[in-house]
Design a protein around this ligand. Structure first.
Ligand SMILES: [Ca+2]
Ligand SMILES: [Ca+2]
Length: 249
């Protein structure tokens, strides 16, 4: 093989590697929308599963370790998760419909955090996004005193460091949620983190913690980047028309 041919093959492989690497990340692409059903998560009630950041679910992270090292399955909404951990939950009536979440026991020493990192790859600065998700409870009789705190950050290095802005304080009765982020300067190539903190609830003589499960998560740019293209297209057409009108006079 001559040197030039080898160099071409090597650069081709490098380009392929870069493309594959990019596809493994969660990017906010030209459609301006990211959705996650959590239905791809493995579910096995008999096996303790291993959680790996940005791998078990691309773009999703959990902390702190060792809580983030494992998650267990649960397929009933009347059971009692007994260990503080990440959980994969399955709808009792449709096991293919999974949810992702957590449970913190009253003896837990700290909250459990989890969230998603989205990279803006739209080519535009986004200043407003809409976040929606369902919040399911997989433990019967959970107390409303248990809270799941939603927050966001830009370009944080991980799930625990950096600056976080509170978004919402949720309990198990907040089944359907739509949160709006406005006055955001989410530059092209920057990362938006959205995270949830499952707090430790220990008030009362017989506290019951919620087993929080996230489902049907989506993030949508407002307006969608395709709208920018449409607006630019209409403006360009208008300019062309104006020039033609002037040229004819
Ligand atoms: Ca689901
Ligand atoms: Ca809790």
């Amino acid at each position: 093989m001559n040197t030039l041919r080898f160099a071409r093959i090597a650069s081709g492989l490098l380009a392929l590697g870069a493309a594959l690497d990019l596809s493994a990340q969660v990017v906010f692409n030209a459609n301006g929308t990211y959705t996650q059903s959590f239905d791809s998560l493995p579910f096995d009630t008999a096996t303790q599963l291993t959680w790996t950041d940005n791998s078990t679910l691309a773009g999703w992270y959990a902390a702190p370790t060792p809580l983030a090292n494992a998650y267990v399955s649960r397929n009933t909404n009347t059971g009692s998760p007994s260990g503080s951990d990440l959980y994969v939950y399955a709808d009792p009536l449709n096991a293919a419909d999974r949810a992702f979440g957590s449970f913190t026991s009253t003896s837990a020493s700290s909250s459990i955090f989890y969230g998603v990192q989205l990279m803006n790859n739209t080519g535009h600065v986004l200043d407003s996004v809409s976040i929606s998700f369902a919040l399911e409870n997989y433990r019967g009789g959970a107390s409303a005193g248990d809270l799941l705190l939603a927050s966001f950050g830009l370009n944080n290095s991980d799930l625990l460091s950096g600056s976080w802005t509170p978004l919402a304080s949720l309990n198990y009765t907040d089944i359907s949620n739509t949160l709006s982020l406005s006055a955001l300067t989410w530059n092209d190539g920057d990362s938006l983190w959205i995270r949830w903190e499952d707090t430790v609830f220990s008030a009362g003589t017989n506290p019951k913690n919620a087993a929080f499960g996230l489902d049907n998560f989506s993030v949508t740019a407002i307006p969608e980047p395709s709208t920018y293209a449409l607006i630019l297209g209409v403006a360009t057409l208008g300019l062309v028309g104006f020039r033609r009108w002037r040229a004819q006079r």
